[in-house]
Design a protein around this ligand. Structure first.
Ligand SMILES: [Zn+2]
Length: 447
């Protein structure tokens, strides 16, 4: 029996491992997975045993795309509420986006401010992306050396003035700088010229908003990004892909060896333009939720590996900013606590398994960020788990969410998959909607 100091054994008839789902006993010691053994393996003397029966034991989710907005816009969200919502939803690691907080994460000094604010509030392990804006090229390397996981940039206006977009020349400069130290550039890819040419109508009709953010804007931005990445041999990641028309060029670039990866989000994969009611701006985000036929193609892109991962892009705001006018309402969908059941509900309907979901929502985002201790139930990784009752259903009641603002596009939906408990480094941090005191750690790249 390995690990004389094993204090905890977690058993389930369905443990999701990188080799598939099977009955197993997971030995935990010192917050790490010591071994994954057969279900009926002999338990070390003195170890506590938790048997989840037929509930699924899967790796805790890794959400690399969360806007926590703390400090500065804490009426929108904050580390306390975001990490509680995440824990309740089966997420054990999140990476915070560099914008919408004040200050944005664009200098080392600003990073330190954010880390200080996050440290006492983090219920799950939390790390930070840096930001690449026109004025901070010289700050990128020091930020990277200070532990950010990579750099986010926009190619079109971000929505907040303290985080300006990069033009093509600035993109090339930032990308070259980041490639020079082996970093990763993650990109909000919508082309500003295509957006400027699109019809801009205000009002409550979703179709008008959709027309203002055309697929061409994404397709063109991604084409330019791939060209730059190829030229500079840089590593780039396409954030929140919505336009399925971009999939063939991404697949071709990957085959060619361009270092490009792609994420999509629960809202693009589970909600459709056709069903958005007039004035329902809780469905507004950029790029936008598109048609059902587009969604089918995104699922095909997941199935064939063109899309690497699924992350939330949780981007909340206060209720008053979700006015019924699609043109002026704040863009962003709030979903942190609901991503796992939302995706599982649609995935099972389309014939996918929880092994697929764990790959898309744990292993792949962990790999994207270089989080080698996260993202899988296997020996040597952190003992981070979600325990899920996959056949059980619930109806989304916004009042039951831990987000600061209980506005969500998923209100009233019946979803499959109830998160029974969440475990962080061997400690139960959430159980049936009850949260433990915060024990999350701040993560830095390569630590
Ligand atoms: Zn975002």
């Amino acid at each position: 029996m390995p690990g004389v100091d094993v204090k905890l054994v977690l058993r389930s008839t369905r443990v999701v491992t990188p080799e598939g789902t099977r009955a197993a006993a997971v030995l935990v010691a010192g917050g790490k997975i010591e071994a994954v053994l057969p279900y009926d393996a002999e338990v070390p003397a003195g170890a506590r045993v938790e048997d989840f029966g037929d509930d699924v034991l899967m790796p805790g989710l890794v959400d690399t795309h969360v806007h926590v907005n703390d400090p500065g816009r804490t009426d929108w969200e904050g580390f306390w509420t975001a990490t509680r919502a995440a824990a309740a939803g089966g997420i054990t690691t999140l990476l915070d986006m560099p914008l919408n907080s004040l200050p944005p994460t664009t200098t080392v000094e600003n990073l330190r401010v954010k880390q200080q604010v996050a440290a006492p509030k983090a219920h799950i392990d939390t790390g930070f992306w840096g930001g690449a804006i026109p004025s901070n090229t010289k700050d990128l390397r020091p930020l990277y050396e200070s532990g950010v996981f990579g750099f986010k940039c926009f190619l079109s206006p971000s929505g907040v003035e303290e985080f300006p977009e990069l033009d093509q020349e600035q993109l090339a400069r930032s990308m070259a700088e980041i490639a020079g130290f082996g970093g990763l550039l993650i990109v909000h890819a919508e082309d500003p010229h295509h957006l400027a040419e699109a019809p801009q109508r205000s009002g409550e009709k979703y179709a008008d908003f959709l027309a203002s953010r055309p697929r061409d804007a994404e397709n063109a931005a991604i084409e330019g990004l791939i060209a730059q990445a190829r030229r500079l041999d840089a590593r780039v990641h396409v954030l929140h892909l919505s336009s399925s028309d971009a999939l063939p060029q991404i697949a071709a670039a990957k085959r060619e060896g361009v270092r490009v990866s792609v994420e999509s989000c629960p809202h693009f994969l589970t909600l459709t333009a056709e069903e958005v009611p007039d004035g329902a701006t809780e469905f507004k985000c950029c790029p936008p939720i598109r048609e059902a036929v587009n969604q089918d193609a995104l699922w095909a892109g997941l199935a064939d590996g063109t899309i690497d991962c699924i992350v939330s892009d949780h981007s909340p705001c206060t209720t008053d900013l979700k006015t019924p006018d699609f043109a002026s309402a704040w863009g962003g969908i709030s979903s942190l606590q609901l991503g796992l059941p939302a995706i599982w509900t649609e995935a099972r309907r389309r014939g996918h398994t929880l092994d697929d979901v764990a790959r898309w929502m744990s292993a792949a985002p962990a790999a994207l960020a270089g989080l080698t201790r996260k993202g899988a139930v296997e020996a040597g990784r952190d003992a981070d788990f979600a325990v899920l009752a996959p056949e059980e259903t619930f109806t989304v009641d916004p009042a039951g969410l831990f987000h600061r603002n209980q506005v969500t596009a998923y209100a009233g939906r019946t979803l499959h998959g109830v998160v029974r408990s969440t475990w962080l480094r061997g400690k139960r941090i959430a159980a049936d909607g009850v949260l433990a005191e915060p024990t999350g750690r701040l993560l830095e790249r390569n630590h």
